[in-house]
Design a protein around this ligand. Structure first.
Ligand code: FE2
Length: 216
């Protein structure tokens, strides 16, 4: 049997009930099993039989970004990537304060760990409609940014370190309209600082978009 030339849905890195009660099993089942899966299925339907088939997810994003006739493909590819990054930003063993050198960087950037939490909450509150809140490294400095819909910081030359999905489907069943409560609980109980450290050490995060973003 030939190897699939399409994109597969990455496995969830923990059980569906592992993030409860901060994010319920019901929300994860729906968010991963329906929303995330649908982005992957839509993407595969759109690239099947085209020149994009057989390329990696990251290549597809780079090849369709800023192409007006490929917006639907880019949006589904970016949402596929963003969701995988979101699941890996959370851990049932996460939360609490960062340690060591990372703690120093967070404190010097945001004034304190609480200042970091407030910056994240403010970004979540001020993102009008659907989107994402991110901890990124931009020109060597930590910062919190927000993006709308499927947009991602790499297209701006920023290195993503962690993200929280602020589309309503991420929190509505558990928090109704209380987006900031959801975001702050996720930071307090689930944010995986180990994942942040891995991304800080990673060189490839900017490889595909970096050149273009800096040339823009
Ligand atoms: Fe989502």
């Amino acid at each position: 049997m030939a190897m699939s030339r399409l994109i597969s849905l990455p496995a969830l890195p923990y059980a569906e009930d592992a993030l409860a009660p901060v994010v319920s099993a019901r929300t994860v089942a729906l968010h991963y099993g329906k929303h995330h899966r649908t982005y992957v299925e839509n993407l595969n339907r759109l690239i099947d039989g085209t020149e994009l088939e057989g390329h990696s997810l990251e290549e597809i994003m780079a090849m369709t970004a800023d192409h007006a006739d490929k917006t639907e493909i880019f949006n589904n590819a970016a949402q596929t990537w963003n969701h995988d990054f979101y699941w890996r930003s959370l851990s049932p063993h996460g939360g609490g304060r960062p340690q060591g050198e990372l703690a120093d960087r967070v404190e010097s950037t945001f004034g304190s760990y609480d200042g970091f939490r407030k910056a994240f909450a403010k970004a979540a509150q001020s993102q009008f409609g659907s989107g994402w809140v991110w901890l990124v490294e931009d020109s060597g400095a930590l910062t919190v940014v927000k993006t709308g819909n499927a947009e991602l910081p790499r297209a701006r030359g920023q290195r993503p370190l962690a993200t929280v999905d602020v589309w309503e489907h991420a929190y509505y069943l558990d928090y109704y309209n209380r987006r900031v409560d959801y975001v702050d609980s996720v930071l307090e109980k689930l944010l995986d600082w180990t994942f942040v450290l891995e991304n800080l050490a990673e060189d490839k995060n900017l490889s595909l978009f970096g050149e273009k973003a800096h040339a823009a």
